[in-house]
Design a protein around this ligand. Sequence first.
Ligand code: PAF
Length: 293
Amino acid sequence: MRIAHSADELRRQLKPLRSHQTIAFVPTMGCLHAGHMNLIEKAGELADIVVVSIYVNPLQFGTGEDLDAYPRTFDVDAALCAGAGVNFLFYPATLYPKSGPKITLKATRLSNCLCGASRPGHFDGVITVVNILFNIIQPDFAVFGEKDWQQLTIIRRMVKDLQMPVEIIGSEIIREADGLAMSSRNRYLSNTDHSQALALSQALTAMQQSALAGETSVGVLKHIAQSIFDTASIQTEYLDVRSANSLKARHILDKQPARAFVAARVGNARLIDNMPLELNISPEPATCTEDSQ
Ligand code: PAF
């Protein structure tokens, strides 16, 4: 595995390979866990070369957020990447000019809800850095986790609207055995916090099961989840059901794919999770048309 510390160095390393090998890219902020390793594994299945970046992007952290406290574990991360067959590890000191960036990207309406509503400017910072990383690496594929569903949706849209020649691949949420979605921020949780945090996946699972059992009212589903949060003494930042692709608010479940989303502060960690809500809709009975007679 080669480690590059600057954009120029990485460009030089990748240049001779581009003509005959495909590149899959996994952007990260480090503190790698099984969720990241799953993204890296997927990248390895997609392309000849796997590039991973580790960069804690200051532009996506708001005032009072955990930029300084964000765990930095480079040596362990590098060993994990090497063990997983990563070919290039990009570990820049910074990706912005000294005086800060003068040009940034602005996310669309997709960023007005969920995490975007409580973290103003967060997704502008995410798409700006992802765009910079794509410009440096020019990957054929880029793999993102579905835990950050809103991020994945916005990045898909960025690639579409800006006609970027990269295929975005979403990868399923990896959970601890007890259901907690893997996150670098789980490190902030004490044992007590961890037990309390299980309410997130439990509440989403309860919504999912009620939907499968035929409940179509989002109000009722939210009520079911809220009682789990009340029991666990968790105050959610948001608990929402939205269309999976457009992120439009939903009041009723129907055939259009929908997802339940939650964010909550537990101890010192801000946690997010989401799950698809599927109705158990039986196929419509076949109608007799002239063609089928
Ligand atoms: O999901 C993350 O870890 C970050 O938002 C990303 C995509 C690496 C951009 O900094």
